[in-house]
Design a protein around this ligand. Structure first.
Ligand SMILES: C[S@@+](CC[C@H](N)C(=O)[O-])C[C@H]1O[C@@H](n2cnc3c(N)ncnc32)[C@H](O)[C@@H]1O
Length: 252
């Protein structure tokens, strides 16, 4: 579960140009100064953008294949002196250093499927933050309306593959177990080659979603003070209809 290896070579087809959240992290990086740790850094989308702006960044990633793609991009962009990608699990890493800012973009914190996993990750964050440092978690705001779409196969994104000129589809199907606050998402990438033969890659990912007040309790239990709550990457107030639950916390 949550092994992104099958998507390592495909992830950037859909997400390399996704930049909606980059301004948010650049803003927090300016606020905190010091080096930045990204948990679940994937193919380096966020870490590389921050390094490109002059910040020193470490990206921690569970999948060796995703990490390799990120490292290759860092080398190509000549950013390897400012960004380092390390293999590790957000629940049990020890880097022996402290950061001014720890970020967990794009719902990655929700890959913690049990309370023990959530608290273990918060504990690791606390151990790696400088005094006064900030933790920023970007989670989705659970929306019961999505239950209507459960188990339907939906087109999430489509892009034209520069190599073949063919359209590549990212499809997904959600299955939500509200009583457990668990959502299983099956992602499919259908990529035709130049002859039209489709290669299909599959990824199963699980998310344990978190409600706003549960997040306050969780952070408190994990030794953090919740400082700010936002509902969008533009830092709009958190409201019932917000897509996002973005929280900013400091060690208590
Ligand atoms: C949705 S992707 C986000 C990638 C990147 N942060 C971005 O914004 O483009 C989630 C990433 O978290 C990684 N991941 C999942 N569970 C993890 C864990 N326990 N520890 C570290 N990384 C994990 C996955 O391998 C994947 O690369």
């Amino acid at each position: 579960m949550n092994d992104y290896t099958s998507f390592a070579e495909l992830y950037d087809l859909f997400y390399a140009d996704f930049a909606d959240d980059l301004g948010l992290y650049a803003g927090f990086a300016e606020r905190t100064g010091g080096s930045i740790l990204e948990l679940g850094s994937g193919t380096g989308r966020v870490a590389l953008a921050l390094a490109d702006e002059g910040h020193t960044v470490v990206g921690l990633e569970l999948s060796a294949a995703m990490r390799t793609v990120a490292q290759q991009k860092a080398d190509r962009a000549q950013l390897a002196d400012r960004v380092e990608f390390v293999l590790g699990d957000m629940r049990r890493f020890n880097l022996d250093r402290h950061f001014g800012l720890i970020i967990v973009p794009l719902n990655t914190f929700l890959h913690n499927l049990t309370l023990d996993d959530q608290l273990a990750t918060l504990n690791r964050c606390q151990k790696h933050l400088q005094p006064g440092g900030l933790l920023v978690l970007d989670c989705f705001n659970p929306d019961p309306a999505h239950a209507d779409d459960d188990r339907r196969l939906l087109v999430q994104r489509s892009v034209v593959d520069r190599e073949t000129g063919q359209t590549v589809l990212l499809l997904l199907s959600r299955a939500t177990e509200w009583s457990q606050q668990l959502q299983e998402i099956t992602y499919l990438i259908d990529r035709p080659d130049q002859h039209g033969t489709v290669q299909r890659a599959t990824l199963q990912a699980s998310f344990r979603f978190i409600f706003r007040n549960e997040m306050s309790l969780l952070l408190k239990l994990g030794g953090f003070d919740l400082k700010e709550v936002y509902g969008s990457y533009e830092l709009e107030p958190f409201e019932s209809g917000s897509d996002k639950l973005i929280v900013v916390a400091t060690p208590a």
